[in-house]
Design a protein around this ligand. Structure first.
Ligand SMILES: [Zn+2]
Length: 96
């Protein structure tokens, strides 16, 4: 009986790791966050977090803000569910 309880606890822990640990890493791709640097010529693709230069990729106006995307597929994803990607940006702030 005791062993089963430990296993469940471990499973729950593992689930949380997958959800908040690995999931976040997959979205980030590479280490440093670099938005809010004040550079006017670079945009952050909100779908894949890549830097996109002003004359590269695809642009889209959304709620008065211009967003740029590295590729057509990122633009399509954003188009399909813009709020999700924007909320992701906001909810992702780590307090370290
Ligand atoms: Zn992209």
């Amino acid at each position: 009986m005791e062993g089963l309880g430990t296993l469940l606890l471990f499973a729950a822990f593992f689930y949380l790791m997958m959800r908040f640990g690995c999931g976040a890493h997959m979205v980030h791709g590479h280490g440093g966050h670099s938005h809010g640097t004040g550079k006017a010529t670079k945009y952050i693709d909100p779908v894949c977090d890549m830097e996109v230069e002003a004359e590269q990729g695809y642009g889209k106006m959304h709620q008065g803000e211009l967003y740029r995307f590295c590729s057509r597929s990122c633009l399509d994803k954003f188009d399909a569910d813009a709020e999700r990607y924007l909320n992701k940006e906001r909810g992702e702030e780590h307090e370290m």
